[in-house]
Design a protein around this ligand. Sequence first.
Ligand code: HEC
Length: 147
Amino acid sequence: MDKTKQFLAAGILFAGFWMTYHTTAESRAEDVKPIPTETVKNSVRQAMQRKLVLSKEILNGLVLQDYDSIEKAAAEMKKVSLQSPKQIEGDETENELYQHFRLEFLRINSLMEKMAQEKNLEGAAYAYQNLNANCLACHSYLHGKDE
Ligand code: HEC
């Protein structure tokens, strides 16, 4: 390979990197859909009200040792959670924290499903406590942001 070819190859490589970098940066910016601070979308409200009902259903399932209804509620909880916003208004660190709570929420509900399938009451009860702690943690984090 002579010098010109080497130079050309390096140029093409650089252009490739440059384009990849910029396309990902742009698509990342498009993904950010901040929650409107005043009017929280109705869909979020509905999803959250559903979570409240489902969490009560899980408690009901736990006291009655009704593993089927625990499993169903946990599975729906995961679906509902996936409808909640993926981003919040704020900087990268704040969004990372929010993502942490979302993923933790999904993880706990998967654990709940598994425990119900295995008819493990203690395990499901443990997951339920973690679930409630997670609801509170995400909410107090969101409220702390407003102050
Ligand atoms: C990852 C974060 C997150 C988690 C986890 C979470 N929520 Fe929410 N929740 C929100 C957001 C965002 C809102 C809307 C903004 C606000 O009220 O601060 C909200 C609002 C609510 C509301 C008020 C809805 C309305 O009608 O205004 C209820 C009730 C609620 N959540 C229940 C729950 C319950 C129960 C759980 C756990 C089973 C839970 N949430 C877990 C983020 C979360």
